[in-house]
Design a protein around this ligand. Structure first.
Ligand SMILES: *Cc1c(COP(=O)(O)O)cnc(C)c1O
Length: 390
C-alpha cells in the first residue's frame, strides 16, 4: 500500500523535535551536529533568536494579504537586495524552482519584447540542478530527473560541464541566455572557476544574450560573499535565489537588471504567496545579519579552518576520502567508498551530512557554526571514517 506521504524520498530513520544553533535534537534527547543545515537553508542555524523574534513579531501582526496590495516588508527586502547587488528589481517566490520558472520566462519575454521572438533557447550544463518543476527538470536535463515526465519543455541546450570550447558554437540566433550555477550543489559541489564565469559573461556580452545565475544554493553568504559571483567580479543579468535567504522560512527571489526585466510589466507574472509579510520580515533579518563585512569575513575564516582540518581527515583516511573541493562553507568531500555509506556512518556518530552527485558528501553547515563545533565535526567524521574500515 502506498504510504500516506508520497514516497518520493528515501528518508533516514531520524526525526527531530527541536533545533538549537548547529544542533538538531531527537525526541529522546539525542543531539546531532547539523552540517547540512536543511540543504543550505538554515544559514543562521536553527532557532536563531533574531529570526524567531522577527517571525513571531510579524506573525502577531499580519500573515498574508496577497500581492493585490502594497507589502512594506517586501518593499524593504527588495530595496535591500537592490542596494546590495547588481540588480535593479526583485520578484519574490517561495522556492528555488519558482525562481527558475520566472528566470526562464523573463529571459524569453525580454527578447520577445525586443522583437526577437525566436530567441527562446537557454544553454545549461551537465550536473546542474534548477528545481523540480517542468522547466527546472528540462533545464537540468538529466535522465534521472526527466525520465517518464515527458514531453519536456523545449528550448534547453545541454552542454558538458567543463567543455569551454563547446559553448560559443552552441550560441545561435535562437539563444536567449546561458544558465549556470556558480558552484554546482546537487552536482557535487563543483565550483565554476572565476575565469570561466568571466568568460561566460564576455560571451554573453559579445552575443547580446543574457547571463542567468542560479545562486539558490551558493548565494546569501554561503561562499563568504553575499553572492558567489562576486568572487569573479562579474554581474549576471538575472539571478535566482532561495534556500538561505529565508533562513528556514520558504522564500525565494529573482533579481534582475532593468534591461533584463523590461518585458515583465503588470499582469505578466504573479504569485499568491510570493513576498508575503512573514517571509519578507524574516528575509530582512537574515540580510541584516549576513550582509556585513564582519559576518562574511568570518565565513571565509571558518571555511579555511574547516578546509584545513578536512585535508587532515583526507590524509588520515585515504581509503575513504579522496579530495576536498568547494568555496566558503559549501564544501564537498569526494569519497572513495559510496558516499551514502559515509553519510550513514555519520548518522551513527550523530553528525549530519548531505550526499550529492559525483560520490560527494556535502558540508553546508550553518554559517554561524563555531570553531569548537568545527573541531567536533571533524572528530565525528574521523570516527565515521574509521568505522567504515573495519
Ligand atoms: C535547491 C535548488 C533549487 C530548487 O530549489 P527548491 O526550493 O527546492 O525548489 C534550484 N537550484 C539550485 C542550485 C538548488 O540548489
Amino acid at each position: 500500500m502506498i504510504p500516506s506521504v508520497l514516497p518520493t524520498y528515501s528518508r533516514a530513520p531520524l526525526s527531530f523535535v527541536k533545533g538549537e544553533g548547529s544542533w538538531l535534537v531527537e525526541a529522546d534527547g539525542r543531539r546531532f551536529l547539523d552540517l547540512g543545515a536543511g540543504i543550505a537553508v538554515n544559514a543562521l542555524g536553527h532557532a536563531h533568536p533574531a529570526l524567531v523574534a522577527a517571525l513571531t513579531e510579524q506573525a502577531n501582526a499580519l500573515w498574508h494579504t496577497s500581492n493585490l496590495y502594497q507589502i512594506p516588508q517586501q518593499q524593504a527586502l527588495a530595496d535591500r537586495l537592490v542596494a546590495a547587488s547588481f540588480a535593479d528589481t526583485v520578484f519574490f517566490t517561495n522556492s528555488g524552482t519558482e525562481s527558475c520558472e520566472l528566470a526562464v520566462k523573463m529571459a524569453r519575454k525580454h527578447f520577445f519584447e525586443e522583437g526577437q521572438p525566436d530567441r527562446v533557447e537557454i544553454i545549461t550544463f551537465a550536473g546542474s540542478f534548477h528545481g523540480r518543476s517542468s522547466a527546472g527538470i528540462a533545464a537540468a536535463g538529466s535522465e534521472k530527473m526527466t525520465r517518464g515526465f515527458g514531453p519536456m519543455l523545449p528550448g534547453f541546450v545541454h552542454l558538458d560541464w567543463a567543455d569551454h570550447d563547446a559553448i560559443e558554437p552552441a550560441i545561435t540566433d535562437k539563444t536567449a541566455a546561458i544558465l549556470v550555477e556558480p558552484v554546482q550543489g546537487e552536482g557535487g559541489i563543483r565550483p565554476l572557476p572565476d575565469q570561466c564565469l568571466k568568460g561566460l559573461r564576455d560571451l554573453c556580452d559579445r552575443h547580446g544574450i543574457l547571463l542567468i545565475l542560479d545562486e539558490v544554493q551558493c548565494g546569501v553568504g554561503r561562499t563568504g560573499r553575499l553572492f558567489a559571483h562576486e568572487w569573479a567580479g562579474i554581474d549576471p543579468d538575472i539571478m535566482m535565489v532561495a534556500k538561505g535567504i529565508g533562513g528556514g522560512f520558504p522564500l525565494g527571489a529573482v533579481l534582475a537588471t532593468e534591461d533584463a526585466a523590461s518585458g515583465m510589466v503588470a499582469g505578466t507574472h504573479g504569485s499568491t504567496y510570493g513576498g508575503n509579510p512573514l517571509g519578507c520580515a524574516v528575509g530582512c533579518k537574515v540580510l541584516d545579519i549576513i550582509d556585513t563585512p564582519e559576518f562574511l569575513a568570518e565565513v571565509t575564516r571558518k571555511s579555511g579552518l574547516l578546509r584545513q582540518k578536512l585535508e587532515g581527515l583526507v590524509a588520515a583516511h585515504p581509503d575513504v576520502f579522496a579530495e576536498i573541493r568547494g568555496v566558503g562553507l559549501m564544501l564537498g568531500v569526494i569519497c572513495r567508498v559510496p558516499c551514502a555509506d559515509v553519510v550513514a556512518a555519520g548518522y551513527a556518530q550523530n553528525v549530519l551530512t548531505v550526499p550529492a552527485a559525483d560520490n560527494v558528501i556535502r558540508l553546508l553547515p550553518p554559517l554561524t557554526i563555531t570553531d569548537a563545533e568545527i573541531d567536533d565535526a571533524i572528530a565525528r567524521l574521523d570516527r565515521a571514517a574509521a568505522s567504515l574500515k573495519s
